[in-house]
Ligand binder design. Structure first.
Ligand SMILES: [Cu+2]
Length: 152
């Protein structure tokens, strides 16, 4: 059987779209540095991921007590309140308030040269929702933050 050229082309496109859907992005990969910045302003993950992994590498040299970085994920309207609670929680708690239901995920706080990660269920996110990833070290969340785009 001989298929018309257009039919073959649409079959190829269909296969390509299927492959893209079969592999949703389930990793948030960030780098932090001594200038108090992440390398990304936006990351995209899928709510369909069974597990989402946050990977953070601190490319700087400064210690965790002066230039510590972590990655906290929350709904965007909660960022300011969580940042305030993080300062109260203090260094011993890694500047992450324990048992705070507004925190969807948080990595440990690390210093220069270190890397860390955390995982959470994609089902904690809603596609199209407003989410932010940020560093909860005191004073960092003002600029050390980005948009977490959530797809289906
Ligand atoms: Cu930081």
């Amino acid at each position: 059987m001989k298929l018309p050229r257009t039919a073959l082309l649409s079959l190829a496109l269909f296969a390509a779209a299927g492959a893209a859907q079969a592999a949703p992005n389930c990793t948030i990969k960030l780098k932090g540095d001594d200038r108090m910045q992440y390398d990304l302003k936006t990351a995209t993950v899928s709510a369909s991921c069974k597990t989402i992994t946050i990977q953070l590498a601190h490319a700087g040299k400064l210690a965790a007590n002066v230039m510590g970085h972590n990655v906290v994920v929350s709904a965007t309207p909660d960022v300011a309140a969580i940042s305030a609670a993080a300062i109260k929680a203090g260094a011993a708690a890694g500047y992450v308030p324990k048992g705070d239901a507004r925190i969807i995920a948080a990595t440990p706080m690390i210093g220069g040269g270190a890397s860390t990660k955390a995982t959470f269920a994609g089902s904690k996110l809603k596609a199209g929702g407003a989410y932010t990833f940020f560093c909860s070290f005191p004073g960092h969340s003002g600029i050390m933050k980005g948009t977490l785009v959530v797809t289906k």
